[in-house]
Design a protein around this ligand. Structure first.
Ligand code: F6R
Length: 234
């Protein structure tokens, strides 16, 4: 896996947004897996800009969110469902019946993905501890959609958004590593110096559960973009 290192994150955001638009224009009906958080936000912004400026029709796009906190009221400001509605579905005019959210008690999430024909393109960020979605260290290659305990670093990183660590949930629901690896294309982004240490391990450590993002290296159609700050130093 040779990463594409860009001088500015916008270059990666534009490249990925362009790829998604090309897919949508070619096939119309495209299934996209959505990450949340600070990493993909520029891609979603660029897609919204392209919808208006180039009159792209995202109306037949179907989406599956990667993960969600548990133990939050459904109208809580920090739910990923709410976040993606605001940053992705509303600006791209994607109707609610095409937006699938992972939540407590849905056993059929994997079946829903299969019924939709599988995920064409999965967008991913990487946690400081090497997690993908909420597959924290220890998650196996075979793991599937399930409830998990959040790692202390994951909770710490979410603390600012929740106004303090005490109110960050301890549990979440996430697609598994195996679920993610079934997507036809994986498109991964990591930006900023706080990701540099883990990106070195993602690229160089032995593939295994200690750094779940190393499993991405087994995928046939993966593109990883890093900005200079996140790229391991030679
Ligand atoms: C979010 C998700 C997480 C984040 C990761 C990086 O849906 O699945 O794995 O992608 O924690 O978060 P940011 O982008 O905020 O640095």
């Amino acid at each position: 896996m040779t990463p594409i290192v860009v001088a500015r994150r916008e270059e990666a955001e534009i490249a990925l947004a362009r790829e998604i638009v090309a897919l949508v224009q070619e096939r119309h009906r495209v299934v996209i897996g959505l990450a949340t958080g600070s990493t993909p936000v520029g891609v979603y912004r660029e897609l919204a800009r392209l919808r208006v400026q180039e009159d792209v029709d995202f109306g037949a796009v179907e989406t599956f969110n990667l993960d969600e906190y548990l133990d939050l009221p459904s109208d809580h400001l920090q739910t990923f469902a709410r976040w993606t509605r605001e940053h992705f579905h509303a600006p791209l005019r994607i109707s609610s019946e095409r937006a699938h959210f992972i939540e407590a008690g849905i056993d059929g999430y994997e079946q829903l993905i299969q019924d939709a024909g599988g995920i064409d393109l999965q967008i991913l960020g990487i946690g400081r501890n090497g997690h993908i979605a909420f597959n924290e260290p220890g998650s196996t290659r075979e793991s599937r959609t399930r409830e998990v305990e959040l790692h202390p670093w994951t909770r710490e990183d979410a603390a600012a958004a929740f106004g303090g660590l005490a109110t960050v949930p301890h549990r979440a629901i996430t697609m598994g590593v195996a679920t993610i690896l079934e997507a036809r294309r994986l498109r991964v982004l990591a930006f900023g110096s706080r990701k540099a240490e883990i990106m070195k391990r993602v690229l160089e450590d032995a593939i295994g559960p200690e750094v779940p993002a190393t499993f991405l290296r087994e995928h046939r159609d993966l593109v990883l973009w890093l900005d200079r700050e996140a790229a391991p130093k030679a």
